[in-house]
Design a protein around this ligand. Structure first.
Ligand SMILES: *Cc1c(COP(=O)(O)O)cnc(C)c1O
Length: 478
């Protein structure tokens, strides 16, 4: 085998190899552990020097598939609870394959009207699903972190303009530090975005009135007044430790009163808007200036996908357009001819809208509501099991899709609980039947499984409780 051109007639059989393996692999996910034994040695089969003489597509793909199907972390299965991780719905996965098949250049309308118009369509659909105003601009990003970069770059552009500076053209030099305020629920990715944007991750000021991170509105209001409202307020809708949220409406009132920019991190919490049972948590997001949402979490599209929604879409073009100070919309954008590479940090980019279109078309508003409500039920069920258990302690009310608790058998003194839970967390990750490690919450080492995978059912969290007990008995509490 030498030139790939020699293989031009073999594409279909190679793809069929993958398609044939997909069914059995996906069907194994509900019952197999999150990781298989011996994966380190297996991965070794793919390492070594660059081959001089290629093996050909069929052989290479077969090896990658055989090793990959065993050595991968099966995190798209129903019991990967350690981080907020979705699976890929059947339609989303197929849509993702189609993305690779069509291999579109999706940054420029001229290069792919299909990818561009589908991006516009899915952003419209998602605004509708989330109850965001249809007038908001938006862009598909690779992640929530990059959506923060997008929304906060728009905020930075607004803020610098208030100081008489076009930050896209002139940079930050000579400007004061941009004030960014949040509660103790703020996610590390917000700091990372500030770090990337040259604003400095440590400049973020947290206003919390307790060790759980609840926002101190009065203190934040004083700080806003001190900077004449020229600040960014970051509101958190769904935090990773407990699933708790800031009072979005109160923060929207505050931002509005002072003329500040409101940025909402709804990476997974934005899906609260999808069910009437939790929609109250998201109320006020429609008043934000920028909103971050993740796609590879509760939307259950494959990695990697996120969304940035920005009230003033011209801000996106100002922050990311290659032509500097073009603040006003180009007339050509009125007819759908958007160049999405001027709306976000990426230039060349994958047509991520295709799997999103496929999954939203396949399941619709009702399907997503049903899935979200099943997850609410699953989380509530786990919360109930924990509350009833004499050897477990619920550490925060269950509000969404995260349950924060620790193992606390009678007779073990408080000062030994962190170490016990840390050891238990390690044992659980090594065991692999149910994947949930620990976090630190209010000084306590705690579990905080998150349930957002479309495959997850109540049986999966019942198993979590069983396995924790079994492993704890094996570790002993003495
Ligand atoms: C996961 C998460 C993020 C970061 O998302 P990435 O897609 O990993 O960049 C930000 N905020 C919250 C609340 C999250 O849960």
């Amino acid at each position: 085998m030498s030139d790939p051109f020699d293989e031009k007639d073999r594409v279909a059989p190679v793809l069929r190899t993958v398609a044939d393996a997909a069914g059995p692999y996906l069907e194994s996910l509900p019952t197999r552990p999150v990781h298989d034994r011996g994966r380190d040695a297996l991965i070794g089969e793919l390492e070594g020097p660059l081959p001089d003489k290629g093996e050909g597509a069929q052989a290479a793909v077969e090896r990658l598939l055989r090793v990959g199907a065993q050595a991968a972390t099966h995190s798209s299965g129903p019991r990967f609870f350690h981080f907020v991780v979705g699976g890929a719905t059947p339609a989303a996965m197929a849509g993702d394959w189609i993305t690779s098949l069509l291999d579109q250049v999706s940054g420029l309308w001229l290069a792919s009207p299909l990818a561009t118009r589908l991006e516009t369509t899915v952003l419209e659909w998602l605004k509708d699903l989330f109850g965001l105003p249809a007038s908001f601009g938006g862009v598909v990003t690779p992640s929530a972190t990059l959506a923060h970069v997008t929304g906060l770059a728009a905020a930075r552009s607004w803020w610098a303009e208030g100081h008489g500076v076009d930050v896209s053209a002139e940079g930050l030099a000579g400007l004061p530090v941009m004030p960014v305020f949040s509660s103790g629920l703020v996610h590390a990715s917000t700091r990372k975005a500030l770090q990337i944007l040259g604003c400095g991750r440590d400049t973020l000021r947290v206003f919390a009135r307790d060790d759980a991170g609840a926002v101190d509105l009065a203190a934040m209001e004083r700080a806003l007044a001190a900077v004449d409202g020229r600040a960014v307020v970051v509101a958190n809708l769904g935090d990773v430790n407990t699933g708790g949220s800031d009072p979005i409406e109160a923060l929207a009132d505050l931002a509005e009163r002072h003329g500040a920019w409101l940025h909402v991190d709804g990476a997974f919490g934005m899906f609260a808007a999808v069910s009437p049972r939790t929609a109250h948590l998201a109320r006020g997001v429609e008043r934000a200036n920028s909103v971050t949402v993740d796609g590879h979490k509760w939307l259950n599209v494959p990695y990697d996908t996120g969304f940035s929604f920005v009230r003033d879409r011209a801000r996106l073009r100002q922050a990311f357009g290659a032509w500097g100070a073009a603040y006003l919309e180009q007339p050509s954008t009125g007819d759908g001819r958007i160049d999405y590479n001027t709306y976000g940090p990426e230039s060349s980019r994958r047509a991520r809208a295709l799997p999103i279109w496929a999954t939203l078309c396949a399941y619709g508003r009702d399907g997503y509501r049903a899935m979200v409500e099943r997850h609410l039920d699953v989380a509530a069920r786990l919360g109930e099991l924990v509350e009833r258990a004499p050897d477990m302690e619920l550490l925060a009310p269950v509000q969404l899709c995260v349950v924060c608790f620790r193992y606390r058998p009678p007779g073990v003194p408080e000062e030994r609980l962190n170490e016990l839970n840390a050891r238990l967390g390690e044992a659980l990750l090594a065991d692999g039947r149910v994947y949930a490690g620990t976090t630190s919450y209010r000084g306590m080492t705690a579990f905080r499984p998150a349930m957002v995978n479309w495959r997850t059912t109540e049986a999966d969290v019942e198993l979590l409780v069983e396995v924790i007990r079994e492993l704890a008995a094996r570790l002993g509490t003495a």
